[in-house]
Design a protein around this ligand. Structure first.
Ligand code: FE2
Length: 246
């Protein structure tokens, strides 16, 4: 299921589906999603377990969150399951930021990623962003940008917005993205395709905008300095790595 839009192409939507094979086949036609092998994802699932008892923090980096205090993954999952999910909250999108709070667990995970050919380095000093993230359904980040990044999704479903870092895009993306966030608030489970049809003029004004749904067991590539925002359609856990090209 891909929703891709740019000034060069007409608005194109695919009917919504929960058939993973169909979704994956659609995704193969666009450049931002990479499909990871089963063995790679098994390794990463082991990495996911490394985080079970680590403290998680409010994601403030670009998300404008309100501090919640410390929380472990298991406590957060309990909290997420107790929510009614009609409250859209950026402050509930939480993370373990490894550069600020580096620990042995993060080093172990980087080694797994490097050995699997996913990461260019196992040295945390080579990364300027290294987050483990958990997000309840309907949590989101605001539009932001940074160096080249890749986001590996263990579980959940993420709606990503990606666009080149032009001056116009900087002005246009955030209000439209928040309109989409509030669309989900007003109409839980509301159709993305229908919202795109209604907003097609505004969506078309964002140069080379890509809106893509990321399924689990995939990684998403974010080009250098591209603006992006993400909205969790379901409880998600993921890792984001960012580094500068030499
Ligand atoms: Fe980001």
């Amino acid at each position: 299921m891909i929703f891709k839009q740019s000034h060069k192409f007409p608005l194109k939507t695919h009917h919504e589906s929960t058939d993973w094979i169909e979704i994956l086949n659609h995704h193969k036609n666009q450049p931002h999603i990479k499909y990871n092998s089963n063995s790679f994802m098994v390794n990463c699932a082991q990495g996911n377990q490394l985080f079970a008892d680590l403290p998680l923090y409010t994601l403030c980096d670009g998300a404008g969150g309100v501090p919640l205090g410390l929380m472990t993954q298991s406590r957060y999952r309990d909290l997420a399951e107790s929510l009614n999910h009609d409250d859209i909250s950026s402050y509930l999108y939480i993370a373990h930021p490894f550069l600020a709070h580096y620990c042995q667990k993060g080093s172990e995970l980087l080694k797994i990623l490097h050995t699997s050919g996913y990461s260019h380095s196992s040295n945390p000093k080579d990364f300027n962003l290294f987050h483990y993230l958990c997000g309840a359904k309907n949590t989101y980040t605001q539009i932001h940008n940074h160096a080249t990044a890749t986001a590996l999704l263990f579980e959940g479903m993420k709606e990503w917005w990606l666009a080149p870092s032009t001056v116009e895009n900087a002005k246009l993306m955030q209000p439209l993205f928040m309109d989409r966030v509030w669309h989900l608030y007003r109409e839980p489970g509301g159709s993305l395709a229908e919202w795109l049809e209604i907003k097609s003029s505004a969506v078309s004004s964002i140069e080379d905008l890509v809106i893509v749904l990321q399924p689990p067991s995939t990684s998403l590539y974010i080009p250098d300095k591209w603006y992006h925002g993400v909205l969790n359609h379901a409880y998600s856990s993921s890792i984001t790595l960012s580094w500068d090209y030499q």
